[in-house]
Every structure is written in C-alpha cells, then in structure tokens.
Design a protein around this ligand. Structure first.
Ligand code: NAP
Length: 475
C-alpha cells in the first residue's frame, strides 16, 4: 500500500519523524491507507513555502489565477470517480453522495475562478478638488485552513477556491480521518502545475499543526470548518496576533412542518436533510417540529419512507445511507436515543445498531420529544430525527430559535405570507423554504450565533480573503 504523503512546496513529503498512522474504512474496519503523520516542523516548512510563493502569486493577474482554478475544476470533473471513491472508503458516505460532493466541490473552484475577476474597489467623492479617494482590495496573505471529515473535498475547495482567487497562498490541514481524499486532490493540483508553495498540504497532529498555523505570524488568516468547541479554541488563540478568522461551525437545524404543507414533499425533504451522510452534516435537520393537527399523518408518511432506506457499505451503488464515521459518533447517537427514550420519547422506527459488520446505526425517528432531553440542545451528528409537536407559528419560532446555533433552518408551508414572516424571524444564516437542499455555490453559506463567523460561496466568499486599503491621493 502506497504511503499517503504531505505536499509541501510542490514536493511529496514524508513526516520528518518518519511517523505514520492508519486510516480505517468505517464500513468494514479494514485499513484504507497508511498516512504520514506530520507536526510543527512540517507546518513551519509549509508556511515558509506559502510565504515565499505569496508575492509572485498575488502579482499574477486575476485572469491568470482564474485559469489555474478553471483547469483544476476541469481535472476534478474528469477525476470525479477516483475522488468520490477516496471519500467513500475513508468516511463511508454512499458513493452517489460522494460523486455529488465532488461535483459541488469542483463548482466552488469554477465559481471562484470567475469571482477572481470581479474583485472591485471603489472610487469615493473627495472633499477637496485636488484629492482623489480610492478603496482597493488586496489579498490578505498566506492562509491556514483546517477542514473536517464529513465533506472532506467540498470543505477543502470552499477554502482553496476563494483563497487562490483572491491572490492568497494556503496551508491546508485535512481531518485525520480523511487525508486520502485531500492527497488525491493535491495530486490534481500537482498536475495543473500550480506554482510551488501556492497550495500546501500538512497532515498529522491537530494540536501541533493548529498551534503553528495560529502562532506563526506569517499566516495572516485562519479559515476553519468543524465543531464549535474547537472553533472557540482557535478564535481564542487567534487573538495573539489578531488574525482574521472565518469559522464554519456546528448547527442544530430546526425543520418545521406547518399544517398547510405538502406532507409528502416535507417528508422527502426531512429524509434528505436528516439521513444524507448518515446525519453527519452541519446543516442537517436536528429538530423536527410538526404542527399537532398533521402530526400523526406526517409521522406515518415519514416512518414508511424511512423504513425503506437501504443501509450498507457506501461503495454499493444501491446504498442510501452508510455507516457512522467512528465509534464515538455511534456512541453519541446511542446515548441521545437512550436519554430521550428514558425521559418519555416514543421510538417510531430504528433505535438499534445494525447487525452487519461496521459502524452502522438504523435510521431512527423519535416522537414526543421535549426540551428536557439532551438531543434538543446538543448536535447529534447521526441518523436520528426527534419530532416535537407545536400548535402555533409564534410558539414554533420561539422553540426553533432556542439554541446557541444559527446555521440552517427549514420550513414547509404553502402560505406565502407565512413563508416571508417565518423566514425573517428565524435566527439563522441559511433558510430553506420548502427546500431541504439549499447549498449552492452562488449563495453565501455560514451561520449566525455560535455557528460561525464569515461566509463561504457567493460574492461574499472571496471577500473573506481580502484586505481593504483606502488611498487618499493629493496632487
Ligand atoms: P472537529 O473535531 O472540530 O475537527 C475539525 C477539524 O479541526 C479537523 O481537521 C480536526 O483535526 C481539527 N482539529 C481538532 N482539534 C484541533 C485543534 N486543537 N487545533 C486545530 N485543529 C484541530 O470537527 P469534526 O468532528 O471533524 O466535524 C464535525 C463538526 O463540524 C460538526 O460540529 C459540524 O456541524 C461541523 N461542520 C460545520 C460546517 C459548516 O460549514 N458550518 C461544515 C461541516 C461540518 P483532526 O481530524 O486531526 O482531529
């Protein structure tokens, strides 16, 4: 088995200590790869490379940088299958979902290739006849990026796309569970002949790599996607050098079904939102609010659909839901369900570890859930949908907003007035109205409250990698 290595200054690099570790397939518990395990020194070297590469890269025209990103987009589409396989083998999602992830990931490159050419400044009216006032945007500098395992490729391109478009260079740390897909992506970077040091990949100790990215003054910005708890630590450490940060953190999405909704469509939406990626999605449904008058009917439609979901190894084309990523993830699902049932929730379907080998858990629906249960406030990150009954619009908005998170929220209704009222009152960065799959490259993705800082995608995405400079010119 070929050792997966880091990519520093255009070279494939072993860890300096020679240390390696194994990545296991959560569907089979079999080894997927041996991987180099780096630390502080490798990160320092990568930062040095990113710093040296910065000025030449930033000095290219936007069009020149755009061509690299477009070439990378095209190569990703060509290599969709190998990228998708590497995702599924490492973290278990169904291969069809992995292909979808690669397509979306590639789209972030293409979108940012275009945005590179639309980094505009401003000309301001001056108060003196002999002055001209301008505002220009410049790349912030070398960037440190830390990505999670649940969307290992799309989270990566959501950072590398806008960073490179803006003229920044980058040092990326993938999650330790999913380094292989990042390595496969960097093989494509090598093929497009990106100048040395513009994009670097460091794999290994999260603490040491993270500390170096935060404490090294050459890194001007940190972009992170992951849990709120780690995000807070990074924000706190970033204060030492007052580094700009972008944080895409946890979520606890409410999904509201009003009595006037199309219940079939709402059930299909709830299933996509909840069971895609085995519920390991930051924007996935975590609390399912159903108006009392339609609750029984909706539950019956939903349960029938959930029972027919095919759970299995993600490499099987028929699989609709794969395993959880690791033992800790499985244990958290079990503990949330046990706590809810002990406190009076009704188990409508699921509720057990699957009998097959691997980290599989049955898609689960709980009813009669209330705010005394852990699942109401804690992100499960697994395939369990807790149902809450509600009577009025006012009541459900209060309940939906009763969380420290503010990433995504969904609701189903046919009432136009309600769709406007509820959208405006939900304290979330992303609202899906009769839409369970709102993510798209042309829109800003990000959260309110403790779900994060900054946005990825849209014209806002590239802004995160730019500094503003005001020029007062007197003649
Ligand atoms: P995590 O434990 O916070 O890990 C995310 C990344 O941070 C990984 O690369 C991890 O490395 C690294 N990391 C861990 N400890 C670190 C430290 N002390 N210093 C620097 N880096 C450190 O989160 P996760 O379990 O992978 O991902 C799930 C979470 O991400 C959920 O809460 C989910 O909602 C959130 N998420 C948010 C979004 C969004 O866009 N808002 C998208 C996807 C996921 P190792 O893997 O080596 O530990």
């Amino acid at each position: 088995m070929v050792l997966k290595k880091m990519f520093i200054n255009g070279e494939w690099t072993d860890s300096y200590s020679g240390k390696t570790y194994q990545v296991l397939n959560p569907a089979t518990n079999e080894k997927v790869a041996d991987v180099a395990y780096g630390s502080t020194e490798e990160t320092r070297e990568a930062i040095k490379a990113a710093s040296t590469a910065f000025n030449p890269w930033a000095s290219l025209t936007a069009k020149e940088r755009s061509v690299y990103l477009t070439n990378l987009y095209e190569l990703m589409i060509k290599e969709k299958e190998s990228l998708a396989e590497s995702i599924t083998l490492e973290m278990g999602k169904p291969i069809k979902e992995a292909r979808g992830e690669v397509e979306l990931a590639a789209e972030y490159l293409l979108w940012n290739a275009e945005e590179a050419k639309r980094v505009y400044g401003e000309s301001l009216p001056a108060s003196h006849a002999s002055k001209r006032l301008q505002v220009i945007k410049q790349p912030i500098g070398p960037v440190g990026a830390i990505v999670p395992w649940n969307f290992p490729i799309s989270m990566l391109t959501r950072k590398i796309g806008p960073a490179l478009a803006a003229g920044c260079t980058i040092v990326i740390k993938p999650a330790s569970k999913t380094p292989g897909s990042a390595v496969r992506f960097f093989e494509l970077i090598e093929q497009i002949n990106l100048p040395k040091g513009v994009a670097n990949l460091v794999i290994g100790s999260a603490n040491s790599i993270g500390d170096e990215l935060l404490s090294n003054p050459a890194i001007k910005k940190i972009t992170f996607t992951g849990s709120t708890s780690i995000g807070k630590k990074l924000i706190s450490k970033s204060s030492e050098h007052v580094k700009k940060v972008s944080m895409e953190l946890g979520g606890h999405a409410p999904f509201i079904v009003f009595e006037d909704a199309d219940l079939e469509e709402a059930a299909d939406g709830a299933i996509i939102s909840k069971f895609r990626n085995s519920g390991q999605t930051c924007i996935c449904l975590n609390r399912l609010f159903v108006q009392t008058s339609v609750k029984e009917k909706f539950e019956s439609i939903l349960v029938d659909k959930v029972k027919s979901l095919v759970v299995g190894n993600g490499m099987d084309e028929n699989t609709e839901m794969g395993p959880l990523v690791d033992d800790a993830a499985l244990e958290k699902v079990e503990s949330h369900i046990k706590d809810a049932v002990q406190k009076g929730a009704a188990l409508l379907t699921g509720g057990k570890v699957c009998e097959q080998k691997g980290l599989f858990y049955e898609p689960t629906i709980l009813s009669n859930v209330n705010s005394d249960m852990d699942i109401t406030y804690d992100e499960t990150f697994g395939p369990v949908a807790p149902i809450y009954a509600f009577e009025t619009e006012e009541e459900v908005i209060l309940a939906a907003n009763d969380t420290e998170y503010g990433l995504a929220a969904y609701f189903y209704t046919k009432d136009l007035g309600r769709s406007i009222r509820v959208s405006e009152q939900l304290e979330y960065g992303i609202i899906g109205v009769n839409d369970a799959v709102p993510t798209t490259v042309q829109a800003p993705f990000g959260g309110w409250k403790q779900s994060g800082l900054g946005r990825e995608g849209g014209h806002q995405g590239v802004e995160e990698y730019l500094e503003t400079k005001f020029l007062s010119i007197k003649y």
